[in-house]
Design a protein around this ligand. Structure first.
Ligand code: BDP
Length: 579
């Protein structure tokens, strides 16, 4: 899926901004025809979560409506018109001028519809988007799970009753766009890259729709290189390869990007659509239980993160993205995981530019097994399909994560993940696949994955306050895990809660000292194991969760506060990672 871009053949109109907004707690909107608008709505800022913008909506998760008037330029009459939302959590239905145009399930991936027949050119149009974020055991990630389906102690139940550890923000969280393409247009471009000595090889597949185009022109370049190639379509697809003899490879140290311009040619040979993609040439593989980037061993240093900030909730904030990358660079990180859902396209583009290695995760968090497995499996497959369609061209993405900490106590979990693993490999054989486990040795599905991701909290949830014991247990478990599976291991979560400004000597829980000491001890253990391929601290920054007795207003495991100020652990990590 291509991100909307402006060029000589395509135009983009941003519809983000204030929308009219109304709650629909009795779910009567559709019946009462709110598709055409409704009285007494108020203004909401988009992108943004409704839970943060008003006092009465903090815990509201049911159906809501977002309305906006917009214009479609008359000059678009000879074009195809598209409507696109970057992400809306959790279920969205869209109408234009009262006519239904489509729906989408899943809160973290883009969806778009061709709406040429539904809009009026040169006149006012009316958009309504219903977004429903009700928690349900049927949805992924799940919530409001009945006791008999997934028993938990009363103390584990939060408000709202989520089966995951972050606040279930609802809303239109990413940009809303109207854009146009020519009638005969480039539908998709997919590239994969490989390396032979100094050569960089770029395989491409272009798909087109409409019209009679038989050929495309490809121009690839940077300041030193320029390659031009004509390619022919067979049906709607054109495939080929470009070779750069002396290529500059993409890596965190030198995130070099080439520009690839694809021009679609009319049967007469005139350009009639164009799309520009940034390409990084790199390889990623597992060899002898190690991780290799461009044929060189690589160790991942970084974080699990969240999209979370006061007032905007999970809404896209470009300054926040810029700030987070600058802090990650300052601290010496080279990677992160998009825990526990796909992050914005804007964040992913920046990872390519800034040179970060990304473990790209679907929103499969809090998975449990039993009733509803089939539906959950098909939703996870859909998420993987949509995520790979969206992110397949990012050099930064090295691994797909098919779930975080599934409650894999039932035997069917293994088959569930076997299917997800195979599904992912089929969609993208060029990248690695992981599962982020809390069960470790007991997680039978680890037999399938390329890299093992393990989350561990010795010294926090177990053996609190006892760091030597924690180190010892971690060391023993990592060795056992490696002996069993003989695969590279990434410690994908470890950390401790620290309330900024709380100090204790000797260190104790919730002090900045304790967090720093725990992280230091874990890093020492990890460093001593040659099969370990990385350390991702949990978490980059403090973040909001549902209300529950064991969270002190926020999850405090950030090495930065929620507003991005460093705790002691941040300075320590900088020493470990940079010096
Ligand atoms: C892990 C989860 C993560 C939590 C973290 C914690 O993967 O979402 O926030 O623990 O408890 O189990 O802080």
């Amino acid at each position: 899926m291509l991100y909307p871009k402006m060029n000589g053949f395509r135009e983009v109109i941003g519809l983000s901004g204030f929308f009219d907004f109304k709650l629909d707690p009795d779910n009567v909107g559709e019946e009462e025809n709110w598709q055409k608008g409704v009285e007494s709505s108020r203004s909401i800022g988009i992108p943004g979560s409704w839970n943060e913008q008003f006092i009465d909506t903090r815990d509201y998760l049911g159906p809501t409506w977002h309305f906006k008037k917009f214009y479609v330029p008359s000059s678009w009459k000879e074009k195809l018109v598209w409507f696109r939302i970057g992400a809306a959590n959790y279920y969205a239905k869209v109408w234009i001028n009262g006519k239904f145009i489509g729906e989408h399930e899943g809160g973290y991936l883009p969806f778009q519809f061709e709406v040429t027949d539904k809009v009026t050119f040169g006149k006012e149009n009316f958009l309504s988007v219903k977004v429903d974020n009700q928690l349900s055991p049927e949805r992924v990630p799940p919530g409001n799970i009945p006791e008999e389906e997934h028993p938990r102690s009363v103390r584990q139940r939060s408000y709202p009753d989520v089966n995951f550890d972050f606040f279930p923000y609802g809303g239109i969280h990413r940009p809303v766009y109207l854009f146009c393409t020519p009638l005969d247009y480039i539908e998709d471009i997919a590239v994969t890259t490989s390396i032979e000595g100094k050569k960089g090889l770029i395989k491409y597949r272009i798909t087109k729709k409409g019209g009679e185009a038989k050929e495309a022109f490809i121009h690839l370049g940077d300041e030193n290189t320029r390659l031009d190639q004509k390619t022919e379509f067979r049906g709607n697809m054109a495939e080929g390869q470009l070779t750069i003899d002396e290529a500059t490879f993409w890596s965190p140290d030198n995130p070099h990007l080439y520009e690839m311009v694809v021009e679609l040619l009319s049967p007469e040979g005139a350009p009639n659509d164009e799309y520009t993609l940034s390409i990084g040439i790199r390889t990623i593989e597992v060899k002898n239980d190690r991780l290799y980037l461009n044929g060189e061993p690589i160790f991942l240093k970084g974080f699990g993160k969240h999209e979370d900030f006061p007032i905007i909730g999970k809404g896209l904030s470009l300054p926040l993205i810029a700030k987070d990358y600058s802090l990650m660079k300052w601290i010496g990180a080279n990677s992160f995981r998009t825990s526990h859902y796909p992050y914005s396209e804007e964040m992913m583009n920046m990872a390519d530019k800034e040179g970060f290695l990304v473990i790209d995760e679907i929103p499969a968090v809090g998975l449990f097994f039993g009733k509803g497995n089939k539906r959950r499996l098909s939703l996870c497959k859909q998420y993987l399909r949509e995520l790979i369609a969206r992110d397949k061209n990012h050099p930064s993405v090295i691994m797909w994560s098919i779930a975080n900490e599934p409650h894999s106590t039932k035997p069917e979990a293994k088959e569930f993940f076997r299917q997800l693993y195979q599904h992912t490999k089929k969609l993208d054989p060029s990248r690695l696949v992981t599962l982020v486990s809390m069960f470790g040795l007991k997680e039978e599905a680890l037999a399938y994955v390329d890299v093992i991701c393990l989350n561990r909290y010795y010294g926090w949830y177990t053996d609190p306050g006892q760091l030597d014991r924690a180190s010892h247990k971690l060391s023993r478990e990592l060795d056992a895990l490696y002996q069993t599976y003989k695969k590279p291991i990434l410690l994908s979560e470890f950390g401790a809660g620290a309330i900024a400004g709380v100090h204790a000597h000797p260190a104790e829980l919730f002090s900045e000292e304790y967090q720093a000491e725990l992280i230091q001890k874990y890093c020492e253990v990890i460093e001593s194991k040659p099969y370990m391929v990385g350390e991702h601290v949990w978490c980059f920054a403090d973040f909001k969760t549902a209300q529950v007795a064991y969270r002190v207003a926020l999850n405090r495991k950030g090495v930065f506060t929620r507003t991005r100020q460093p705790k002691l652990a941040a300075h320590l990590l900088r020493k470990i990672w940079i010096e």
